[in-house]
Write a protein that binds this ligand. Structure first.
Ligand SMILES: [Zn+2]
Length: 179
């Protein structure tokens, strides 16, 4: 049996990591956001659904749950780099496939049906649309999509370039990227 780290990762993020959850969903990763409840409930869901638990709370330990990732950095970009190094996010990168708001897989919707649910300029300019069956949001590959895509390309590049602490000769001790 493959280790959890080697299969397509599914996550559950604690309530403080909403932005991280949205970015992971953009990348196509199945990511629940645990909005409220006890740590015990959070761990129960992680265990029941074999989800990797993402948190910055060192009080949440790995007892009885598959994996807990304590993200070191408070910065979103660094958190995403950290996850990209540990899990095969690049292999399962499928942007435009999951709702960033509610995590539901998106389905294609034709331009004719989209009609007045998007601004008229958008309906004229874009040909491909997806709809969230969960919350009804419509997605298209506009500025936001392109910005997120660039952000992720950047994250994958940084995750590959820089090695872990102490494992890479030539990396700066402070972890910064050489010019
Ligand atoms: Zn949705």
């Amino acid at each position: 049996m493959k280790k959890l780290e080697e299969t397509e990762p599914r996550f559950i993020a604690d309530a403080h990591l909403g932005k991280l959850a949205r970015h992971l969903r953009f990348a196509g990763c199945d990511t629940l956001l645990f909005r409220e409840g006890s740590d015990r409930e959070l761990k129960r869901i992680a265990a029941a659904e074999s989800r990797i638990l993402l948190t910055r709370d060192l009080g949440i330990r790995e007892e009885g749950i598959p994996i807990v990732v304590h993200l070191h950095s408070p910065a979103l970009r660094e958190q995403l780099i950290e996850l990209s190094r540990r899990f095969p996010l690049r292999d399962c990168f499928r942007p435009f496939s999951r709702c960033m708001v509610c995590n539901t897989p998106l389905r294609s919707i034709s331009r004719d049906i989209v009609g007045d649910r998007v601004p008229s300029a958008v309906a004229e300019h874009f040909t491909e649309f997806r709809e969230c069956p969960g919350c009804g949001r419509i997605y298209w590959k506009g500025d936001h999509y392109r910005r997120m895509l660039r952000e992720w390309e950047n994250i994958f590049a940084s995750a590959t370039d820089r090695c872990g602490p102490g494992s890479c000769a030539g990396s700066n001790p402070d972890g910064s990227t050489p010019p």
